[in-house]
Design a protein around this ligand. Structure first.
Ligand code: TTP
Ligand code: MG
Ligand code: MG
Length: 481
């Protein structure tokens, strides 16, 4: 194991909620809950102000509303979170080629491999500078942990939260870990935790004292061995830049060549659904859809299509696979078909919403793909305004939907750079009001190497805002809610 604390773990603070507060000046310092807003929705995250009331990730939104009735409840804007995430990951890659993203808001960085730190002092400097750079580029705070191993770096960033930096001096790891609950260690979930508790082991210190033989007896060879090493703060896992899984794919070989074009189409749809099942099972999403066809004469071809952003939506994968199939001549018959997804990302956060929608529409793979809030809407010709959504009014400029119902929509007109804005109510079908793209959190030159990857990107917003925008802020933008 290395001797210097040069593994960095970054995790953004209350990520989705902080992006919302940065976007919406009237919500800064306030309780904000982001999640599914329908009756079966779940909380994605809550601002630290809302956590005081006990609201947390994965809690049913209905329960959150009881605990924090005055919080702002907003739908997630994944496009914006992704683009902010790309900015943050870009800053990490300036520190080292070895960056291992764990989710949208979290990554390990091997500072030593990048030459940006070699001892405690240089690591602390790099970590502080990174936090300042993230703040300057995004307006958001992230917490940093520094240690000689991944396990300790992650524990350190948790301790640093919110808006802090903790460095674990090499040699102090075991003393730090000792009093912590066993659940702190990677790989100790509720089941293992319970199992250990029944054996009288609740802290890491007790785990270390139990010794490897006892742990192997309790938990089996692999798990017991790994855990006894972790308990002694021995964690040799390297920071890996590449994901292990580069693609997820499924294929079928047919006993008899398929000639019927319709049947080929149906098979491809089935394979697409199975592929998405695997993708979701691994908590992944991907950008590139690949179709593989082996024809009667064993000639094999692959066709691919890259989407603007990663997806784990069965309808999207099916459509892409069907488009790819259209361009393939299958007249002689096919003996093998395959559908795969590559360009993977682990945007597991969307799963929560997908699951909520899926529960209602169990068995219907198309409905499963419909975002929850949409799936819950009764048949209506009215436009759908969702709390938190970006809008633009012909006269009043940019704002966001604060609430809607009974054919009305309430909009707060403010932008990331404005003062807290004013609220106005319109008819839901007001022709002057239209959905808009999110505005960048930080103005100025477009962020470096942040390639736009899907429709709702701040980088797609014109640098100079329309006149009505600046006008709408004049004088009357002072009332705080
Ligand atoms: P986290 O980093 O776990 O949480 P957080 O950033 O909101 O707060 P903290 O300061 O404690 O790190 O998750 C990052 C984002 O992922 C979070 O903002 C929302 C999303 N998310 C979900 O959608 N569902 C979940 O269950 C969790 C844990 C997170
Ligand atoms: Mg976080
Ligand atoms: Mg995180």
């Amino acid at each position: 194991m290395r001797t210097a604390p040069t593994i960095l773990h970054l995790d953004m603070d209350a990520f989705f909620a902080s992006v919302e507060q940065a976007s919406k000046p009237s919500l800064r310092g306030k309780a904000v809950v982001v999640g599914g807003l329908g009756p079966r929705g779940v909380v994605a995250t809550a601002s630290y102000e809302a956590r005081i009331f006990g609201v947390h990730s994965a809690m049913p939104t209905a329960q959150a509303r009881r605990l924090a009735p005055h919080a702002a409840y907003l739908v997630p804007r994944f496009g914006l979170y992704r683009s902010v995430s790309e900015q943050v990951m870009g800053l990490l890659r300036e520190l080292s080629p070895l960056v291992e993203p764990l989710s949208l808001d979290e990554a390990f960085v091997d500072l030593e491999a990048g030459g940006s730190a070699w001892d405690g002092e240089s690591a602390r400097l790099a970590g502080s500078k990174l936090r300042a750079d993230i703040r300057a580029a995004t307006g958001l705070t992230g917490s940093v942990g520094l240690a000689a191993s991944k396990m300790l770096a992650k524990i350190a960033s948790e301790q640093a939260k919110p808006d802090g930096l903790v460095l674990v001096e090499p040699g102090t790891e075991q003393a730090l870990l000792g009093p912590m609950p066993v659940r702190t260690l990677p790989g100790v979930g509720p089941a293992t935790g319970d199992h250990l508790r029944r054996a009288g082991i609740t802290t890491v210190e007790e785990l270390a004292e139990a010794g490897e033989d006892e742990l192997v007896r309790l938990l089996g060879k692999a798990h017991g061995h790994a855990l006894s090493a972790m308990a002694l703060a021995r964690d040799q896992r390297p920071v890996v830049a590449e994901r292990e899984t580069k693609s997820v794919s499924v294929e079928d070989t047919y006993d008899v060549d398929i000639h019927d074009r319709v049947r080929v189409g149906i098979e491809v749809q089935r394979l697409a659904d199975r592929c998405v099942g695997r993708l979701r099972g691994a908590g992944l999403s991907g950008r590139t859809i690949v179709l593989k066809v082996r024809r009667y004469d064993f000639s094999t071809l692959t066709r691919s299509e890259t989407l603007r952003g990663p997806t784990d939506d069965p309808a999207v994968v099916r459509e892409a696979a069907a488009r790819l199939l259209e361009a393939v001549d299958t007249t002689g018959g096919v003996r093998l078909l395959g559908v795969g997804v590559t360009g993977l990302a682990d945007y597991t956060q969307e799963d929560l919403f997908a699951q909520a929608a899926g529960e209602r529409a169990a068995g219907d793979p198309v409905a499963e793909a419909v975002p929850e809030a949409v799936a819950e809407q009764p048949e209506t010709t009215e436009r759908l305004w969702r709390a938190g959504q970006d809008v633009r009014h012909a006269e009043h400029g940019y704002g966001w939907v604060q609430g809607s119902g009974l054919g009305r929509v309430t909009v707060r007109f403010e932008t990331p750079q404005s003062d807290p804005g004013r609220v106005r109510t319109f008819r839901g079908d007001d022709p002057d009001l239209e959905p808009a793209d999110p505005l960048p959190l930080v103005p100025g030159p477009p962020e470096r190497d942040c390639a736009a990857s899907d429709g709702a990107q701040p980088s797609s917003v014109p640098a100079s805002l329309p006149k009505s925008w600046s006008e709408s802020l004049g004088g009357e933008a002072t009332s705080r809610p």
